[in-house]
Design a protein around this ligand. Structure first.
Ligand code: MRU
Length: 382
């Protein structure tokens, strides 16, 4: 069975509730922009591409429901204003990942163009939005497959496999797989591609504190796909990079991104920056894998990226099922406090990795490396 964060057919959208993984697979219906806003904010759906696509499809479904009730305005300009307002609202759900704002900007242009057509009806504008949102879902999967292909080829070309088999071991962070995208994944897509061509020795994933996207989601995907993999805590990465065993010989660290600035500085899940420093010290390649929609050329550098601050309770507590002896009771998922009551907490959801620590940015059209001036320039891929 293929892992799917998003289930969609015209007029109906469901998201896999990622707060309940890996304990149970429950899909929640999303019927409006408001449903999507809450699902994104509460991280029932997360990952930069997935939140953009869910926002777009939620609005498409909301419009289809309005049409089915015979309530859609016949005036194109009124439908456009409605869509613009909903998109502005959706963008406020989470600030750091640019894909959501990028998708909203593109959808606004689509409805503007549709509303300007001579003889356009309200329904024409609505259909233009629905079709553009659906295309985002389809395109994301093929983009990810291409990211996987380009990233795997780059790693095999640019790293010493370090063992007689010609296979590489990869360390990844957070969740960037099928659950963070429309399917296949970005950084995890690179791992999937290597595995698919029998070139993966082993994948290591960090647990990704404090929200545990690595241990709950990436580990779940790796086990689901029978990819040879080992989970480590974030603090074990340095010790792992020292090892030179047949399996523990990391050729590259591959991560996703929430926003890549024009100069290559990259916002991604908290802990990414630390891994990039470790990679530099240990002479290991450090790749960012992301679709072009994650590259924000209007943001000059990482200093201009807004970093989302999350509630302290994500650090001071832990959610999991009750265990009695060896038995796990999946019906009793409880929050357990793991910190001294009253302690202050700093919980930035993302950090910024400076471009100088990044070996390359893997996109669906190829890997962008720094030029002879030591700078990234993304103009050629747009
Ligand atoms: O807070 P999250 O879980 O939405 O953060 C996700 C990440 O940082 C991912 O690495 C990033 O969005 C890339 S997803 C393909």
């Amino acid at each position: 069975m293929v892992l799917q964060a998003i289930r969609y057919q015209r007029g109906s959208l469901q998201i896999l509730d990622q707060l309940k993984l890996p304990y149970s697979e429950i899909y929640d219906p999303i019927e409006s922009s408001q449903d999507a806003w809450h699902a994104i904010k509460e991280m029932r759906v997360r990952g930069a591409p997935a939140i953009a696509i869910v926002a777009a499809l939620a609005l498409a479904v909301e419009l289809e429901i309005i049409v089915s009730h015979g309530k859609l305005s016949t005036v194109p300009e009124e439908v456009k204003v409605f869509v613009d307002e909903k998109l502005d609202y959706l963008v406020t759900s989470r600030p750091t990942a640019v894909n959501l704002a990028d998708a909203a900007g593109k959808l606004k242009k689509v409805v503007e163009a549709a509303a300007k057509q001579s003889n356009a009806t309200g329904k024409d504008v609505e259909q233009a939005l629905v079709e553009a949102a659906e295309k985002m879902l389809v395109d994301d999967v093929s983009d990810n497959e291409n990211i996987g292909k380009h990233g795997a080829a780059w790693i095999l070309r640019n790293t010493d496999a370090g063992n007689a088999t010609g296979k590489v071991s990869i360390l990844t962070h957070c969740n960037t797989g099928s659950l963070a995208t429309a399917g296949y994944g970005t950084a995890l897509g690179v791992v999937r591609s290597l595995h698919g061509q029998s070139a993966l020795q082993h994948a290591f994933c960090t647990e990704t504190r404090p929200y545990n996207q690595g241990s709950r989601l990436t580990a779940y995907e790796l086990v689901h796909d029978n990819i040879p993999a080992t989970l480590i805590t974030d603090s074990m990465a340095a010790a792992l990079l020292r090892l030179r065993g047949p399996t523990e010989n990391i050729a590259a660290i591959v991560v996703g991104a929430d926003r890549v600035a024009a100069n290559g500085d990259t916002a991604n899940k908290i802990g990414t920056y630390a891994l990039a420093i470790l990679a530099k010290y240990h002479g290991v390649k450090f790749l960012v894998a992301a679709p072009r929609t994650t590259i924000d050329r209007s943001t000059r550098s990482g200093a201009d990226i807004v970093i989302e601050q999350r509630p302290g309770r994500e650090v001071t507590s832990f959610r999991g099922p009750q265990t009695v002896g060896d038995t796990v009771d999946l019906d009793r998922i409880e929050t357990v406090s793991i910190a001294a009551k009253g302690i202050n907490v700093w919980n930035p959801a993302f950090d910024v990795t400076p471009a100088e620590l990044i070996s390359g940015v893997v996109t669906e059209v190829g890997v962008v490396e720094k030029g002879s001036d030591g700078q990234f320039n993304f103009d050629s891929i747009f």
